[in-house]
Design a protein around this ligand. Structure first.
Ligand SMILES: Cc1cc2nc3c(=O)[nH]c(=O)nc-3n(C[C@H](O)[C@H](O)[C@H](O)COP(=O)(O)O)c2cc1C
Length: 178
């Protein structure tokens, strides 16, 4: 049976790579529900991801068409959860248990046994910042699997650590849970 995957998408310059990830996972027959942070919709349109998933993309915490608590129903539906790309901001919120949008609320509501995989992407100073590193440590201790970013050319044109892991490495890290 196909695994049900929640894919969280945040406002990182690497957001376009989540399109390729969706295409690969769809091709392999997985069921995917995408949750975008409101900030991420300023970088790409939810409609683009809807055309790739052939399903509704979830963004707004308070816009339910029907009577349901979407963050709870999405958390119950999921069998595996990913955030690709994961911004420094969303990592910090998850580490500290904040639930101020549909993505962070859903992740806080996930069962503790459910696989939670994060692929961070950010500027290298943001990645190396002790605050981010402390958040990563907290997340690891709380059971999150982190797919570390790689060294490469950042959006700014500088070289450094913080580039989203390659799609193949993300798939390799996710596959054992599918
Ligand atoms: C074009 C653009 C690219 C950005 N890329 C990143 C990024 O790769 N990583 C990151 O942590 N923040 C990045 N930011 C900053 C985040 O968008 C910002 O911290 C935002 O609050 C994150 O919101 P979210 O976590 O709710 O999606 C970027 C901002 C812009 C405008």
């Amino acid at each position: 049976m196909s695994k049900k995957i929640i894919l969280g998408v945040t406002a990182s310059v690497s957001i376009y790579k989540s399109c390729s990830l969706i295409r690969v996972l769809k091709k392999e027959g997985y069921l995917i529900k995408v949750i975008m942070t409101p900030n991420s919709t300023r970088l790409i349109s939810p409609q683009l991801l809807e055309s790739l998933t052939q399903d509704k993309v979830y963004v707004d915490m308070f816009s339910s068409y029907q009577y349901s608590l979407e963050h709870i129903s999405l958390a119950k539906w999921a069998e595996v959860s990913l955030i690709v790309p994961a911004s420094a901001n969303t990592l910090a919120k998850l580490a500290w248990g904040l639930a101020d949008n549909l993505l962070t609320s859903t992740f806080l509501a996930l069962p503790s046994s459910l696989p939670k995989i994060l692929a961070p992407a950010m500027n290298s100073n943001m990645w190396k910042n002790p605050l981010t590193q402390r958040n990563i440590k907290i997340l690891k201790e709380s059971g999150f699997k982190i797919i570390p970013p790689k060294k490469g050319v950042l959006a700014s044109g500088e070289k450094g650590e913080g580039v989203l892991a390659d799609l193949e490495d993300i798939l390799k890290a996710v596959k054992p849970y599918l």
